[in-house]
Design a protein around this ligand. Structure first.
Ligand SMILES: CC(C)(COP(=O)(O)OP(=O)(O)OC[C@H]1O[C@@H](n2cnc3c(N)ncnc32)[C@H](O)[C@@H]1O)[C@@H](O)C(=O)NCCC(=O)NCCS
Ligand SMILES: Nc1ncnc2c1ncn2[C@@H]1O[C@H](COP(=O)(O)OP(=O)(O)OP(=O)(O)O)[C@@H](O)[C@H]1O
Length: 263
């Protein structure tokens, strides 16, 4: 089974792309944002740990019904000041391992169900190095930051949020710069014919067209026989997965070494 990583900066259009991949192309989606909400619901260990750490210094951390006030927590962790970075690191250390565990379980179940591919929709795929478990990676890319900010604010308004331009900017600053993401995609993924940069500066129809091209390419790469073989012979699946993992690790190592030398 192909693990197709889907990533991009905030509001680049990952969820929109996921919806297209699910409805038009019948691909199962594992959405890290959804899992990240699930693992901090009241009653979970994640919720308790967040409460222990953030509540003493964030009086509005909880809503009236006892759930997490995500906007308040967002204000604590997004931005590029030292303090925000440190708080974000704490939150990531609480949430990410739980999300990774849920993700691996979901991958396993989709494999059991016999899907030819599963989409791993993860905003921080490259930041967290989770692309290492993917066979192919799609980056949804918006090159115009003003358009990106507009989409963040537009979506927030739709759900009755009160986000400001500055809040939107802080969220963008909290992620790996777009240029670096494109660099990894070019050097680690596209060079091995396993990466796709899908530009999403235009309309949704254009996005649909570009995604259809990616899916066509992926399907052409994987013959039916190969998919059946992978399903029937777990050993072969394991071997292929190890091979992809090792080559990704090696290419990334070479990329970072080259980058460190030229810095
Ligand atoms: C801070 C929180 C409570 C804010 O919640 P809110 O509902 O406002 O935003 P939501 O979770 O829908 O995230 C929206 C987008 O923000 C960006 N984002 C979220 N968390 C992070 C992070 N830790 N670092 C950088 N960007 C992030 C992503 O692009 C994400 O798609 C929430 O984002 C959170 O718990 N983040 C930590 C977990 C995480 O890293 N999630 C991302 C997927 S693993
Ligand atoms: N091609 C497009 N044309 C117009 N609007 C778009 C396009 N793609 C996405 N949008 C809009 O931009 C907003 C953000 O898109 P979406 O939620 O898919 O981004 P995301 O990358 O999943 O965001 P996040 O990182 O927060 O999870 C949404 O309101 C969506 O409808």
């Amino acid at each position: 089974m192909l693990i197709l990583g889907l990533t991009g900066s905030i509001a680049s259009g990952k969820s929109t792309a996921s919806r297209i991949l699910s409805t038009t192309h019948s691909l199962p989606i594992i959405d890290a944002d959804v899992l990240a909400r699930r693992v901090v619901e009241p009653g979970t260990t994640g919720f308790e740990r967040i409460k222990d750490y953030f509540l003493p210094t964030t009086p509005d951390l909880l809503n009236a019904d006892g759930s997490l006030n995500r906007a308040a927590l967002g204000k604590r962790v997004f931005g590029d000041s030292e303090e925000r970075r440190a708080d974000r690191a704490v939150l990531n250390r609480i949430v990410h391992p739980a999300v990774r565990r849920e993700m691996m379980k979901a991958i396993f179940w989709n494999w059991i169900k016999g899907h030819w591919a599963v989409v791993l929709d993860v905003p921080l795929l490259l930041e967290a190095g989770l692309d290492a478990v993917c066979g192919e990676v799609v980056l949804i890319d918006v090159s115009d930051e003003e358009l990106q900010i507009g989409r963040i604010l537009g979506r927030d308004k739709e759900i009755g949020g009160t986000m400001t331009r500055e809040d939107a900017r802080r969220r963008i600053q909290s992620q790996m710069p777009r240029k670096e993401k494109v660099g990894i995609m070019e050097e680690v993924w596209k060079k091995r014919n396993r990466g796709y940069i899908v530009e999403n500066d235009s309309g949704k129809e254009e996005l649909e067209k570009r995604l259809a091209e990616v899916v066509d390419t992926l399907q052409a790469k994987r013959s039916k026989t190969w998919t059946w073989l992978m399903l029937l012979i777990p050993f072969l699946t394991l071997g292929t997965s190890i091979w992809v993992l090792a080559t990704t690790w090696w290419t990334k190592r070479t990329y970072y070494r080259k980058k460190a030398k030229s810095a």
